[in-house]
Design a protein around this ligand. Structure first.
Ligand code: SAM
Length: 319
């Protein structure tokens, strides 16, 4: 391996040695090892309990596909050496720039059929991850502290989890003693995945704990006219969504004031919504119904994420 890749391997080795102790102490088995720390190595590398997932961003000077292939082969070698992993335990994916992902459902489409599926442990709970078949793995590691906050505040509460993906927030709310949960997502694939995650934690659907397949925009437009109200809402929408089963496209930048106004209408007095986005350059609108707004961004980004702009997060409490 030439010096540049030796340096990369050493970095993986060093960070892994450091985080391994912290991970054991905090009961975390999946964490971020590398996020574009070295200029011309635009990679993200996450550890998944004995496997590594590597997202490669485009390298400006990658003139030809051949050069890119050459680069990726050397990256895999460095990951294998740095983390002492055989190639079959390293999952490489390409990640397009955020602006290019603003079309269709790209982020959530199936990319492969290898089904490298395993159950991982996080802060006392178990989650299914798929390391091979989608761009994401089924568990967004950057929201680990936010999930813990939800658990702390869920005892006896009714919790609404919007854009719920694989239901990790719902699992935490129920582990925290939530009296009722409503988990809403557009995708059957992810709702089934959420059911499996609940089952991994000894939980199941019931009249109090429901999973709803729906377009959140349509669902939120109708919900205020129904009697049900919630104490806690998790609202972590995609940056952009225009799935064919939606009435109109969604953009977090444009639509979040409406989204939060609908959430306000669904909250009991004193209830709160955890709103988050990973859209770069996002500005929270000042046009809001009466909320007390706390910026939780710093508190909600975990120690293993050195990129402190990975997401923005607020708790908005209904006044
Ligand atoms: C960023 S993920 C949410 C991650 C989730 N909060 C978590 O922490 O695991 C966005 C989710 O929104 C869902 N989604 C996208 N557009 C939607 C819509 N119009 N209505 C409901 N769900 C939607 C996608 O299927 C995906 O599961």
């Amino acid at each position: 391996m030439d010096a540049a890749y030796e340096q990369l391997a050493n970095r993986f080795r060093r960070v892994h040695r450091h985080l391994r102790k912290w991970a054991k102490r905090t009961d975390v088995s999946c964490y971020r090892l590398y996020d574009r720390d070295i200029a011309d190595q635009p990679l993200i590398v996450d550890w998944y309990d004995g496997d590594a997932v590597v997202w490669a961003h485009a390298r400006t000077r990658n003139e030809t596909p051949e050069q890119e292939r050459e680069w990726l082969a050397r990256v895999l070698e460095a990951v294998g050496a740095g983390l002492d992993l055989p190639s079959e335990r390293i999952f490489l994916k390409r990640r397009a720039p955020q602006k290019d992902r603003q079309s269709g459902e790209g982020q959530y489409e199936k990319l492969d059929q290898r089904r490298a599926v395993k159950t991982v442990r996080e802060q006392g709970l178990l989650f299914e991850v798929n390391l091979s078949d989608y761009l994401d793995t089924g568990l967004f590691l950057d929201h680990r502290p936010t999930r813990a906050l939800v658990r702390e505040g869920s005892a006896g509460k009714s919790v609404l989890n919007l854009f719920a993906y694989t239901g990790s927030f719902t699992c935490y709310a129920r582990a925290g003693g939530a009296a009722a949960t409503t988990t809403v997502d557009l995708s059957n694939t992810y709702l089934d995945w959420a059911r499996r995650n609940l089952a991994h934690n000894g939980l199941a659907e019931s009249p109090e704990h429901t999973l709803v397949k729906a377009d959140c925009l349509e669902w939120l437009a109708n919900a205020p006219s129904a009697p049900q109200r919630w104490d806690l809402i998790i609202c972590d929408p995609p940056t952009f969504s225009n799935s064919t089963s939606m009435q109109r496209p969604f953009s977090v930048e444009k639509d979040h004031p409406w989204l939060l106004a609908q959430c306000h209408a669904l909250l009991r007095d004193g209830g709160a919504v955890y709103f988050s986005t990973n859209f770069r350059g996002f500005e929270l609108s000042t046009v809001m119904p009466p909320f007390t707004i706390e910026d939780l961004t710093d508190r909600s980004i975990p120690e293993d994420f050195r990129n402190k702009r990975i997401h923005r997060c607020w708790r908005l409490t209904k006044r």
